[in-house]
Design a protein around this ligand. Sequence first.
Ligand code: NAP
Length: 250
Amino acid sequence: MKSILITGCSSGFGLETAKYFLERGWRVIATMRTPDDNVIPPTSNLQLLKLDVADQSSIAQAIADAGDIDVLVNNAGIGWLNALEGTPIDIIRRIFETNTFGTMAMIQAVLPQFRARKSGTIINVTSTVTLRPLPLLSVYTASKAAVNAFTESFALELEPFNIKVKLVLPGLAPETRFGENARALSPGALEFPEPYAPLGQAVIAGLMGAHEEFTRPLDVAEAIWRAATDDAVPTRLPAGADAVTWSKQV
Ligand SMILES: NC(=O)c1ccc[n+]([C@@H]2O[C@H](COP(=O)([O-])OP(=O)(O)OC[C@H]3O[C@@H](n4cnc5c(N)ncnc54)[C@H](OP(=O)(O)O)[C@@H]3O)[C@@H](O)[C@H]2O)c1
């Protein structure tokens, strides 16, 4: 039985992906910062583990408890919408600690077993915001674009060990807890510095407006499934109707 470890399974894409792989007979190690038995219906193939990707000891414990895995999905992530001048440096550090360094630390933790077995797949969830510049998303985009660049370079050093590396790029997904979690990062999350207020309001109006195309959690679960099960798919996989459209425009 194949096994997959997914970070950030308490909601959104991670939760949907955990259910998707369970339904298809995989052993799923669903990890959460605060494990909750009520989030995913318990089955014999499900292992629920505590994992904070910004905490090295938490990573070591989760990897030890998970045993051998075939696929690692780095999905845990936090968002942020504000001007650089409206973003305290400690928030920037937190975003990179989770989105960028957390991804690298998880990979470092699984590589010894993947290398020893000469098999394994690493899937990093980034974002289509990395495909074109967008105002007020500079810090978040930087944290995800770094993962794109890192992934495509280090994929080359893993080729001799038969370890596959993929990127899944979702589009805008209003159905997850992403926006709510970003707002909870700081009491001043959506307080734009006064000179940026008109731009902030315009960007928010655009995000809240009707979108002909957007991304559903199921789109991301399906893309992760393809990345995990089909070695022939390209390194970058857009996930969601808007993501597919955007990726064709670059
Ligand atoms: N929604 C979008 O529009 C969108 C678009 C493109 C890409 N993405 C990316 O897709 C991924 C999933 O986002 P989502 O939309 O599903 O949002 P979500 O519902 O907020 O899910 C994010 C998950 O990450 C977890 N998490 C945050 N910090 C963590 C940490 N330090 N250690 C472990 N887990 C942590 C959260 O856990 P807690 O419950 O403990 O906070 C939550 O389970 C993220 O990487 C995000 O950047 C989202």
